[in-house]
Design a protein around this ligand. Structure first.
Ligand SMILES: C[S@@+](CC[C@H](N)C(=O)[O-])C[C@H]1O[C@@H](n2cnc3c(N)ncnc32)[C@H](O)[C@@H]1O
Length: 282
């Protein structure tokens, strides 16, 4: 497993530990909280449960088999299994594999690899070669539009679906910064059309995920910055030369990252959106 994937896996585990929830997505806040409402981790967890419910409401009625690409710890898979669907999970993370298999209780297969590798030879994984629906729940940001579109086309029959939900860049000129790994919506559309898919339903849920950014910024302000300052003071007292070196090399970078982190919500609203899209293979 390459280092980029190992860093991503570590970040996802950190999110899991912070929220105390197995969900690895932004959630769906319904109703959208008022400006003055207190945002809490309990409310975030409720929003995460509501997300799975909202997402699976987009599943077409006539499907039986689903490949859950970037399935995380299995929450969406469990909801789909409960609907009677035959689900296979895919993610390049052995820890998620263990969680997924334990939580789906032998009712779903798990393939430990990237989507890009999987589509080259699905039989290698004792997987089916085509699916009624391929799901990307907050996993598009780890792949190129072409990998998603062309890979999905190889796993689709005429009439099969792709359901995706993720943060997307509505501003193609936003190229640097904390959300720049998100796909440009226009590029994704072009790639999907080129691979023979037609967009049949779309739902912009930007306002329903934004409170998660707000609660992250609040927690970062309250605990992140203060803990960082405290650790810096301890290092400055205990080992002043190391503090001087760290400050010299990392000071400006950390200040930039902190300033950007505090602006997360504004950056999102200005340059991005969060969409659920249902595509069908023609
Ligand atoms: C933000 S999590 C979303 C997890 C889950 N779908 C959910 O909604 O909670 C991103 C998922 O994509 C997976 N992932 C990252 N890169 C991938 C790739 N190249 N192919 C397949 N899955 C990938 C991660 O391991 C993780 O399971």
């Amino acid at each position: 497993m390459n280092n980029v994937i190992r860093y991503q896996n570590a970040a996802l585990q950190y999110y899991r530990d912070l929220t105390g929830s197995s969900h690895l997505h932004y959630g769906y806040w319904e109703p959208i909280p008022d400006d003055n409402e207190e945002l809490t981790i309990t409310k975030l967890r409720a929003a995460q449960d509501a997300y799975a419910e909202h997402l699976i409401s987009f599943l077409p009625a006539n499907i039986h088999t689903v490949l859950d690409v970037g399935c995380g710890n299995g929450d969406n898979a469990i909801a789909m299994i409960e609907k009677g669907l035959q689900v296979e999970g895919l993610a390049p993370d052995p820890l998620q594999q263990a969680n997924f298999l334990e939580r789906t209780k032998g009712k779903a297969l798990f393939h430990t690899d990237t989507f890009q590798e999987f589509v080259l030879n699905p039989q290698k994984y004792s997987a089916q070669t085509t699916y009624d629906l391929v799901l990307f729940s907050e996993s598009t940001q780890y792949m190129s539009p072409e990998a998603i579109a062309e890979g999905s086309a190889t796993l689709a029959r005429t009439g099969s679906y792709v359901l995706l939900a993720d943060m997307l860049r509505k501003d193609a000129n936003y190229k640097e910064g904390m959300f720049s790994n998100c796909l440009v919506n226009e590029d994704l559309h072009k790639a999907m059309l080129k691979s023979g898919f037609r967009l049949i339903q779309t739902n912009d849920i930007s306002d329903h995920i934004a409170p998660t950014l707000d609660i992250c910024v609040q927690s970062f302000q309250t605990f992140g910055i203060s803990t960082g300052k405290y650790v810096a003071s301890l290092i400055a007292i205990a080992v002043p030369p190391i503090y001087a070196i760290l400050r010299y090399f990392l000071g400006k970078l950390l200040a930039k990252l902190m300033a950007e982190g505090l602006q997360a919500s504004n950056i999102f609203h200005k340059h991005l959106c969060y969409e659920i899209q249902l595509w069908q293979k023609m």
